[in-house]
Design a protein around this ligand. Sequence first.
Ligand code: COS
Length: 388
Amino acid sequence: MDYFLTENQMMIKELARQIADQRIMPVRAELDEKEEFPWEIIKVLADSDLMGLCYPEEYGGLGGGTFENCLAVEEISRACIGVSVCYAGSGLGAYPILLFGSEEQKKKYIPDVAGGRKLAAFGLTEANAGSDASGIQTTAVLDGNEYIINGTKQWITGGGEAEIYTVIIMTDKTRGSRGASAIIVEKGTPGFTFGKKEKKMGIRASATTELIFSNCRVPKENLIGREGMGFIVAMRVLDRTRPGIGAQSIGLCQGALDEAVNYARERRQFGKPIISFQAVQHILADMATQTEAARALVYSACRFIDSGAKDISKVSAMAKVFSSDVAMKVTVDAVQVLGGYGYMRDYPVEKMMRDAKILQIYEGTNQIQRNVIGQELIKEYAGKKEKR
Ligand code: COS
């Protein structure tokens, strides 16, 4: 399919593809096995300017948008979504500052993230606040010129490795979601430590830890926007970043499809390559069709967001839910095509299937995405919103 990419977009895709092929593919199994954070690859991505794709030039970025970022995420994900989440997770951490931060905050934090000198991470989830994001219990109390933060965040992508954390905390517990605020906490701040590194089913190259705040004091200037805006900051940021999960999904699908087709061309049974059997062709045909449909939706969602559209929740949720469900199915099918070999760690599809599962869970479960789409439909058909 021709998606009419600009020359610049084609260059970004090609550069990310080269790095994926030359630097990520050869080490992905080892990174998975050792659960090792891919700092060397992050450095290569930074040196190639790919860390700064979606940030304005005035803050050291390349001035691209969601689409440019997603093209790079897609190509990196074709090789390994464990690596791509280390790359994209930093964007998730920086977006609260980029979208809602003060000029001083943007100048202070974004250039280092855009240059890949520092990673950012986003802290919303807690032990008892996952889908019910407004149920967070971590608090921040203003004491003179500082906030004192107490509580624990859970399953934070990039935990321990990132330098800059944007966390959603309660500044007024009596107000529910309207009592939440977003605040920046830097690694090394006294009272801010990391819990154990989680042992995960997939995306094992990435780091996932608790963030533990114990009377952690941060300057009140670290508040993003105003007190009470935290839930909206989180929701708006997730609206923009969820197509990135779509990009991870389509990259993973493409990687799995490539492996399955190549294997089916080589593997002989009953005296012929198994790709000559319709039973196998039909599986591959569905994998290819679903991957292309997901790609078309993710690309359209990104372009819609980059057009400056305000009402992006539904399209963003659609891109995430559809493509991640496809990724789960396509990777399961890839294992099926490879049969017994597919189940062994010697072939990459085993890892791809393990990796795929998180796409249906993080940045809002696929059940939550369907809730978001459902709520938007209700508003549109009641005439309260323009139909999109
Ligand atoms: N953009 C702007 N505002 C939004 C919004 C969005 N996308 N989604 C919700 N809001 C606003 C609502 O308008 C409402 O504002 P008012 O208080 O002024 O009415 C407020 O936020 C609360 O919204 P709502 O009542 O819908 O919140 P719920 O507690 O019912 O939760 C869901 C809504 C489930 C959609 C939300 O909690 C969610 O997305 N959960 C998943 C969180 C997630 O993605 N976690 C992953 C971890 S982060 S990697």
